[in-house]
Ligand binder design. Structure first.
Ligand SMILES: Cc1ncc(COP(=O)(O)O)c(C=O)c1O
Length: 497
């Protein structure tokens, strides 16, 4: 039975459009709110916390059958809803991998949305395809990857990893996954394990080795394990090295991994979601030689190339191997409607290189921000993050209440608060968690914990170009203060006994 609404009525012309003056007014207001958001971020806490009940009270309404006022809705979303969560671009948000976004990139997203840009088939989106190819080529240039490398933009590091590993699987295993083995360290990102699952492997086929004392994949241990697996008749085919582990910023020893992969004929995938951007700088230049020896590379422009979500990228030394896995005519069904979109001459259909057919023009964000600011500004911004981590490390090392646990690596460091009186491991771990809670609750900075060699530590990621030395000083003062308060609080009851 048809519900009692107007769904049976014919479409009224213009119902899904707006008058030009309304469009302009809403658009101008949206841009004003965006600029205000970007310019006032530091005046707010880095984390606006809410709970599901509160959120349900704000947005838990029934499906609206009738429309409302667009400008008012934009205003409400900008003020009440979208700020709820982490403000990653806050200068004292030192949690996770805080991207900052940038204004040209924001406008790029608006433009691609308005133009319905699809860099899928050339016939459908020649201009967008051209932009994506040009941006890929700039990105390769930035990272020192030689001519011939290529790939495509994807949603982020997770999809870049699965896309690269799909190509590796098809290149090496020819449809038979039996006994196949991939290797990484336990410090690799979980998207690797998820990719392995989605690609049809069992969990036991991913060998995640314990890292060395520097949280890196240990090449000797890896070599021994590969030899053992070969002796047992298994089929090693890929190694995943991480360039910048999320926890400590550690760099797996890529030259050694590349040598091992060469000797055994294995695919080397480098997950550089966080760290690959460092190769753009003068100091990071030595990384380039190792990157060039990889078969595939994940880069996340929505991390250290300062792009808003979503902007990930997968690059291959031989991008034809992506086409081997993903090209439409390999996965043929009765798709006569696609024939008009087949590439001709030098045309390229990027939907042959990855899992999506209709795909947004994510590359435009990076293109427009590179054109607006220039690559040199990006290099300086990356360097700034590295310098700031060095500064934070020096302050921590010199502070009597703090202890540097892992040195700064790719803008990430970890440290602990020293207990005032001797504590067991569990209470020392609890102290670090309490400090993190205390700092976040204060609302002036955001510092979270991670686990290093089984122990809880505090972690800073200092890649925001807007963060300053005084921001680090303030944050460390808040850390020390939170540690003191927690220890005062836990000692007091015992003293009263
Ligand atoms: C090393 C590494 N790889 C992969 C990912 C996943 O990237 P995304 O969140 O863009 O899917 C991350 C995210 O933090 C990461 O740090």
């Amino acid at each position: 039975m048809t519900p009692p609404d107007a769904s049976g009525a014919p479409y009224r012309k213009g119902e899904l459009a707006l008058p030009v003056d309304v469009m302009r007014a809403a658009g101008h207001r949206a841009v004003d709110l965006i600029v205000e958001r970007l310019h006032t971020v530091a005046q707010h806490p880095p984390h606006a916390v809410t709970d599901p009940a509160n959120l349900a009270g704000l947005i838990g309404e029934p499906l609206p059958e009738e429309g409302g006022d667009l400008t008012e809705l934009i205003e409400w979303l900008s003020r009440e809803i979208l700020p709820l969560g982490i403000r990653f671009d806050h200068p004292r948000c030192l949690a996770f991998v805080p991207t900052t976004g940038n204004y040209p990139a924001t406008l790029a997203d608006l433009l691609t949305s308005a133009h319905l840009s699809v860099p899928g088939a050339w016939f459908v989106g020649a201009g967008p395809t051209g932009i994506e190819l040009a941006t890929l080529s700039w990105l390769c240039d930035l990272l020192g990857l030689p001519a011939g490398w290529g790939g495509l933009f994807v949603s982020g590091g997770s999809v870049a990893n699965i896309t690269a590993l799909a190509a590796a699987r098809d290149h090496h295993l020819d449809g038979d996954l039996t006994g196949a083995r991939l290797y990484c360290s336990t410090q690799a990102h979980p998207s690797i394990a998820r990719a392995v699952h989605l690609l049809g492997f069992g969990r036991d086929q991913l060998v995640a080795l314990p890292p060395d004392s520097g949280n890196r994949l240990d090449p000797h241990r890896l070599a021994r394990r590969i030899d053992r697996d070969l002796a047992e008749g298994q089929r090693p085919f890929a190694v995943i090295g991480t360039l910048g582990t999320t926890s400590t910023g550690a760099l797996d020893p890529l030259p050694e991994l590349a040598g091992l992969c060469r000797d055994h004929g294995l695919w080397l995938h480098v997950d550089g979601a966080h760290g690959a951007a460092y190769a753009a700088t003068e100091r990071g230049r030595p990384l380039r030689a190792s990157l060039q020896r990889a078969d595939s590379l994940t880069v996340d422009p929505h991390k250290w190339l300062f792009q808003p979500y979503e902007a990930g990228c997968v690059l291959l030394r031989d991008p034809a191997l992506l086409k081997n896995t993903f090209r439409m005519d390999r996965h043929f069904l009765d798709t006569g409607y696609l024939h008009p979109a087949q590439p001709r001459g030098g045309q390229i259909n990027l939907d042959d290189y990855g899992p999506q057919q209709s795909r947004g023009l994510r590359a435009l964000k990076l293109w427009l921000s590179l054109k607006t600011f220039g690559a040199a500004a990006f290099r300086r911004a990356i360097d700034h993050g590295v310098d700031l981590a060095e500064y934070a490390a020096a302050r921590i090392a010199a502070h009597p209440c703090l202890r540097l646990e892992t040195p700064p690596s790719l803008g990430i460091l970890t440290f602990t608060c020293r207990p005032v009186t001797a504590l067991d491991a569990a209470s020392t771990d609890e102290l670090q968690r309490a400090v993190s809670h205390g700092v976040c609750a204060d609302g002036r900075a955001m510092v979270l914990t991670t686990r290093v060699h089984g122990r809880v530590v505090l972690r800073l990621c200092t890649i925001n170009p807007a963060s300053t030395r005084p921001d680090i000083d303030t944050t460390l003062d808040l850390v020390v203060d939170a540690a003191r308060k927690h220890q005062d609080g836990t000692r007091a009851p015992r003293g009263q006994d």
